[in-house]
Write a protein that binds this ligand. Structure first.
Ligand SMILES: *[C@@H]1O[C@H](CO)[C@@H](O)[C@H](O)[C@H]1NC(C)=O
Ligand SMILES: *[C@@H]1O[C@H](CO)[C@@H](O)[C@H](O)[C@H]1NC(C)=O
Ligand SMILES: *[C@@H]1O[C@H](CO)[C@@H](O)[C@H](O)[C@H]1NC(C)=O
Length: 394
């Protein structure tokens, strides 16, 4: 009897622990067993990723006011799959695959009152009879749009290979030059606020000059469901800044190893930033379908600033995906190619595309489903049995 009582206490404790931790199961997801990395935060809690799917880490207990729009957007981010590194073969230019072609254009900017260059990756087999979604992709400090097209980054290879495999939509990828000083304010490149002013002003060049120019030049879709912004380093800071400021225009925001300065803070290279926003202001008026932030764990340029943005978004309850690329530094190709390929496979409703199933994959899916069912049954029994025992003992 005594042993029985102790046993039921233990099993009750275990069962309570399991059900308390497994808030994720109520939402049809498992709880994490190995990882402690927060990959995503939403109104339910914190999530990790194991075996290619989200798993629950920690539940938020506060009652969050869910409206229908949020719920449906929540479903969108739920479907995003994060692969920590970009598979090597996506970086290769292959025979038999058509890749985006590079257009180098000149446009007149009312923001800078100068003619400026614009690098555009045109989707393969571009047809003006179709309309294409557009991704604006922003470079880092002291470089330019054309700098983004470099082999190790896979800027051209990755979208070409992914579209060929039907894992990403055919899209325009626009690589603007971000230094856009107001007339009379141009300065020599330096890590100081006078120079950064030209980057902060880029939002006007993008919205008032580049986006209308793109619409005139090509057959593109212009609603937020078909317009994305992402960037690397200073471009990551600016994509988050522009994504938040003009959430009416951009439905997907990717911020790869973002630089400091979006909120007040001190940086060893630059000194003090006043911040473009206060921390509590870092909120989207219109929730993006996808917000994704990433950084290498060994970043020696922007250090923990990306993680700080993640923490602020978490505090402000802004749904987003955050993940770290283990062992990588700022300038490593992986710090760009990893989030770039994850972003490309997730934007423009790609997550709702049904994968093309062959007979072999169908079989595999069948087996997987069966295994999942068996596991579910076991879990349910495990929780029920001790509960019944406890009742009997009472
Ligand atoms: C921009 O280019 C156009 C066409 O070449 C030229 O007519 C115009 O003067 C240029 N504007 C500036 C401000 O350089
Ligand atoms: C990035 O990739 C390119 C091309 O493969 C290579 O030459 C370069 O060394 C790589 N850079 C780093 C920092 O690994
Ligand atoms: C990254 O940082 C960790 C912790 O400081 C260190 O153990 C590891 O050796 C670093 N990796 C690289 C590739 O520098």
């Amino acid at each position: 009897m005594k042993i029985n009582t102790i046993f039921s206490f233990i099993t009750l404790a275990v069962a309570t622990k399991v059900s308390a931790e497994c808030f994720a199961e109520k939402l049809g997801k498992p709880c994490c067993t190995e990882t402690l990395d927060v990959v995503r935060v939403d109104e339910n809690g914190q999530w990790g990723m194991e075996n290619g799917q989200f798993c629950g880490l920690q539940s938020f207990n506060n009652n969050y006011d869910l409206n229908l729009e949020r719920r449906s957007l929540n479903n969108y981010m739920n479907k995003v799959k994060i692969e920590k590194l970009c598979p090597e073969d996506l970086l290769e230019i292959k025979k038999g695959v058509n890749y985006p072609t590079v257009d180098s254009l000149t446009y007149y900017s009312t923001t800078t009152e100068t003619n400026r260059t614009l690098t555009v990756l045109v989707p393969p087999n571009y047809s003006p009879k179709k309309k294409y979604p557009v991704l604006y992709l922003l470079h880092g400090i002291m470089t330019d749009g054309a700098w983004m097209i470099q082999d190790g980054f896979g800027t051209i290879a990755i979208p070409g290979n992914l579209a060929h495999q039907k894992k990403a939509k055919e899209m325009f990828i626009v690589l603007p030059d971000q230094y856009a000083p107001s007339p009379g304010t141009e300065v020599e490149p330096a890590l100081n606020q006078e120079f950064f002013n030209g980057y902060d002003n880029f939002i006007n060049d993008l919205v008032n000059d580049i986006m209308p120019f793109m619409k005139k030049q090509y057959s593109i879709k212009t609603d937020r469901k078909n317009t994305a912004i992402s960037g690397y380093s200073f471009g990551g800071r600016n994509s988050l800044y522009i994504g938040i400021t003009r959430s009416d225009l951009f439905g997907y925001v990717g911020s790869f190893s973002p630089a400091p300065g979006l909120v007040p803070g001190d940086d060893i290279f630059t000194g003090h930033f006043d911040g473009l926003y206060q921390e509590k202001e870092l909120k989207f008026k219109h929730q993006p379908y996808l917000t994704m932030l990433s950084c290498g764990t060994n970043d020696t340029v922007v250090f923990d600033f990306p993680k700080q943005y993640h923490e602020i978004l978490k505090t402000n309850k802004q749904e987003h995906i955050w993940y770290e690329i283990t062992g990588h530094d700022h300038m490593d190709n992986e710090s760009f190619s990893s989030p770039y390929h994850n972003f490309l496979t997730s934007i423009f409703d790609q997550v709702n595309e049904k994968p093309k199933t062959t007979t072999t994959t169908k079989k595999t899916t069948g087996v997987k489903t069966k295994i999942t069912k068996v596991v579910k049954v076991v879990v349910t029994k495990f929780i029920k049995v001790p509960a019944q025992k406890t009742k009997k003992n009472n």
